[in-house]
Write a protein of this length. Sequence first.
Length: 146
Amino acid sequence: MKKFFLSVVAIFILFAGNVVHAEENFAVEVLNLCNVERAKVGAPPLRLAQDLQQATAIRAREIIQLFSHTRPDGSDCFTVMRNRGNTCGENIAAGHGTAAETVEQWMNSQGHRENILNPRYRELGVGYAYEDYSTYHHYWVQLFRG
């Protein structure tokens, strides 16, 4: 029984590590795809900000519960940010399993596209969450700060 328990724990740790690694890869991929779009219109490139990465990880889990720019506790989505900067924005998406599909979805939506291309934004956080027992399974968040 002890060996079985240790095997289950080891598998969980490996799986959790792979999820974290996948989330980091997704963030870099979304960043790169967005910077390609920004370059097309002469907007400066975005850079990932660690505090925004942490905030989007929280928001990605929250939008599984409530797919909205309002947080499950009823507060504004930007309350998850410790430092809002001079200007900020949020994009959320659900349903697509790849960064490319999600960025394409955002680029095909006027408001989301405006956030991605906004030259005032300098920093980005990208969050991703997967929930098997949910409506859309894949959940994405971008937080922008200028």
